[in-house]
Design a binder for this molecule. Structure first.
Ligand SMILES: Nc1nc2c(ncn2[C@@H]2O[C@H](COP(=O)(O)OP(=O)(O)OP(=O)(O)O)[C@@H](O)[C@H]2O)c(=O)[nH]1
Ligand SMILES: [Zn+2]
Length: 294
């Protein structure tokens, strides 16, 4: 019995990378139908290796989480890429990704790309955002796929983890992966999500080895709506609000119309940036007006 991770699924085969670095082509056995789960890329599995070198997946370990698009499990980190320019830095979109990532229990890493294009003014602005997000506990890396010293700063964050890369089209996701490993040869504009029903719905996801970690070759969180999020849970996905919420008068305060709300007080004092609170209210409204699903 050997343990490993499914890194690719294709035509009924599962490709399992074992903990000693070998990859085995495996089949599943009937047992998954009984368990009512089918193996997913990202699954931690046990395999039996046959004499001919192929294997059988004999057990799937309990998943830590599961994404639908791309279909992948046990993702530990989402690398949220947002460019400083081309397209312009977009805090609303960044906060939207952060909420989606938080709601899946995945650790976000914020990456601000294309810093080679930044003027002094843009650099100052990005440094301001960096300290805002770092103050709420996130890691923020300012980088560029055209500057080796800058893109190599991503390596320690990739090592030893399973990651998905997320972000709007054109922010430089594939360029960063290619810069980190030129052998990958991901054609730019290939990892494409076009904010919604993607060109990639039929494409198989693959976890590619990168600096002792694994990165999904298809961007995560391509659907940016909050369909799976309950409004009551939304405040928990804003760590800057969580940090002060114990001082709200009401337990379960939604920081909206309630009196004696510590979040609103923190916004007034400038302790929580007003743009964060505005995004919170916008997301809250978006969740509340959505039609009930049956
Ligand atoms: N100046 C500059 N341009 C970059 C950088 N990274 C990427 N670009 C350019 O930005 C464009 C988009 O880059 P991609 O890597 O394809 O972006 P992506 O996020 O993978 O885009 P999609 O595949 O559409 O999701 C390309 O023309 C790149 O050459 C960078 O660090 N600096
Ligand atoms: Zn409150």
């Amino acid at each position: 019995m050997t343990k490993g991770t499914i890194v690719k699924a294709l035509s009924g085969f599962y490709y399992v990378k074992t903990d000693d670095g070998q990859t085995y082509q495996c089949r599943g056995r009937g047992l998954f139908r009984k368990q009512k789960i089918s193996p997913l890329v990202g699954d931690r599995v046990e395999i039996d290796i046959m004499d001919d070198g192929d294997g059988y997946v004999t057990k799937i370990e309990k998943r830590k989480n599961e994404l639908i698009r791309p279909p992948v499990s046990n993702i530990e980190q989402a690398i949220i890429v947002t460019s400083c320019l081309e397209p312009d830095f977009n805090a609303l979109l960044l906060d939207r990704f952060l909420v989606l990532v938080e709601s899946k229990g995945i650790e976000p890493l914020i990456v601000i790309s294309k810093m080679d294009l930044a003027s002094e003014q843009v650099k100052n602005e990005m440094a301001k955002y960096q300290s805002i997000y770092e103050n709420m506990g996130y890691s923020v890396v300012l980088t560029s796929s055209k500057d080796e010293e800058l893109f190599r700063q991503l390596i320690p964050y990739i090592e030893g983890k399973s990651s998905v890369i997320a972000g709007q089209s054109g922010v430089g996701k594939s360029s960063l992966l290619n810069a980190l490993d030129p052998n990958l040869n991901i054609d730019t504009n290939h990892i494409s999500e076009s904010l919604g029903r993607g060109k990639h719905t039929t494409r198989h996801v693959e976890l590619i080895p990168l600096f002792n970690g694994l990165v999904a070759d298809t961007p995560g969180f391509s659907s940016l709506d909050f369909r799976e999020i309950d409004s009551e849970k939304l405040p928990a996905y804003f760590p800057d609000m969580v940090a002060v919420q114990d001082d709200c008068k009401f337990r379960g305060c939604m920081h909206h119309k309630e009196p004696k709300c510590a979040v609103k007080a923190a916004v007034e004092k400038g302790q929580i940036p007003s743009f964060r609170y505005e995004h919170y209210l916008q997301f809250l409204e978006e969740i509340q007006i959505r039609k009930p699903r049956y």
